[in-house]
Ligand binder design. Structure first.
Ligand SMILES: [Zn+2]
Length: 302
C-alpha cells in the first residue's frame, strides 16, 4: 500500500481508487452515559479523555459519549452500495427515545448525494442490531417495505441464523427492540435478501471478513484497490475511548470476551499501516489511519 485513503472533512468522503465513499447521516451527536455503554467507564476519566480525544466526541456538560449513526455510501461506475442502515423513520423504539418514531431526513441526505432509493444495488449490514438495519425498510401504507426496491440485501448467514433462531423461540417477543420484525423480516419476505458467507466477496476489491463477538455473526468490510485499503469496521470499535481502552467491550456485545479479542487483534493488525478505518459510530471527521501508542492506540494526526 502506498496511498492512504484520506477522509475529506469538507465533502465528508474519501476515495479508494475509482470508488468513492460518502457518509450519509441519520443521527449525530447522540449522548449516551459512558457507563451505559462501557461497564468500566468512570466520569472523571471521561473528562480527561475528552481533552485527549476531541471535545466533539463528548458532551461538554455531562461528559456523556457522543455517537453518530451514519451509513457509508460506496459508489463507482458499476455499483451503488450502502453499508449499515442506521435507525430509520417511524420505528417504534419506546425504550430508545432518540430512535423512537423518527421523522429524520435520511433519504433527503441520500438525495443530496444524488442517490435515489431505486439506484441502490446492494445493501449490507455489518450486523443486525436495530441501529444498523433501520433504513432497510420504510413504512408505506401502514406496511414495512424494503426502502431500496432494486437492491440485493446481503446478510451474513451466521448472523441471520442466530437472530432467526431467537425469533423462532418466541415469535411475539420484540427482539432487537422490534427491529428484527420491522426491518429484517420484510426484506426476507420480499425475496431481496441473500444470505452469504462471512468472507463473501461483493465485487472486485470489496469483501467481508468475520469479526465475531459484538454479535455472533458480526462482519467488517474491506475495500481495496492496488494501492489503498479502507475497512468499514462497523461496531468492532464503537467510540474513540476504545483506542485508549481497547480491552473495553460494550454492554451490548453478545460475547464480551470474543469482542475484546477481535477488537484487540484488529487494532494491532492495522495500527501503523496505511489502512484507514471507518467505524459506524465515530463522530466526523475522525476516520482514518491508526497508530500504536504504548499499549493503546490513537487516530493518526491526533
Ligand atoms: Zn451500532
Amino acid at each position: 500500500m502506498t496511498n492512504v485513503a484520506t477522509w475529506d472533512a469538507e465533502t465528508d468522503s474519501c476515495d479508494v481508487g475509482s470508488l468513492s465513499i460518502h457518509r450519509i447521516v441519520d443521527l449525530e451527536s447522540v449522548p449516551f452515559a459512558a457507563n451505559m455503554i462501557y461497564p468500566e467507564a468512570v466520569l472523571t476519566e471521561m473528562r480527561e479523555l475528552s481533552s485527549l480525544l476531541g471535545t466533539h466526541h463528548f458532551d461538554q456538560n455531562s461528559f456523556d459519549l457522543l455517537l453518530s449513526f451514519h451509513t457509508f455510501l460506496m459508489r463507482n461506475d458499476k455499483y451503488t452500495i450502502l453499508v449499515d442502515l442506521c435507525c430509520g423513520n417511524d420505528k417504534d423504539r419506546p425504550t430508545r427515545p432518540a430512535w423512537h418514531q423518527r421523522k429524520g431526513p435520511f433519504l433527503e441526505n441520500l438525495a443530496t448525494a444524488d442517490v435515489a432509493p431505486e439506484d441502490v444495488d446492494f445493501v449490507m449490514c455489518t450486523h443486525l442490531h436495530a441501529d444498523h438495519v433501520g433504513w432497510n425498510t420504510r413504512l408505506v401504507d401502514g406496511a414495512w417495505q424494503p426502502t431500496f426496491p432494486n437492491a440485493q440485501y446481503l446478510f451474513a448467514e451466521k448472523e441471520f441464523n442466530h437472530w432467526q433462531l431467537e425469533h423462532e423461540k418466541n415469535p411475539t417477543e420484540q427482539i432487537l427492540y422490534g427491529s428484527y420484525i420491522d426491518s429484517v423480516l420484510p426484506v426476507m419476505a420480499s425475496g431481496q435478501a441473500q444470505l452469504v458467507a462471512s468472507n463473501h466477496q461483493i465485487a472486485s476489491g470489496i469483501h467481508m471478513e468475520a469479526a465475531y463477538g459484538h454479535t455472533p455473526g458480526n462482519i467488517i468490510i474491506h475495500i481495496e484497490d492496488t494501492d489503498s485499503h479502507v475497512i468499514l469496521c462497523g461496531d468492532a470499535i464503537h467510540h474513540p475511548v476504545q483506542l485508549i481502552h481497547p480491552e473495553w467491550s460494550t454492554n451490548f456485545c453478545s460475547d464480551p470476551e470474543q469482542s475484546r479479542a477481535t477488537r484487540m487483534a484488529f487494532l494491532s493488525d492495522y495500527a501503523d499501516t496505511q489502512t484507514a478505518i471507518l467505524p459506524a459510530h465515530f463522530q466526523a471527521p475522525d476516520y482514518g489511519r491508526i497508530e500504536r501508542d504504548g499499549k493503546s492506540f490513537r487516530l493518526a494526526g491526533h
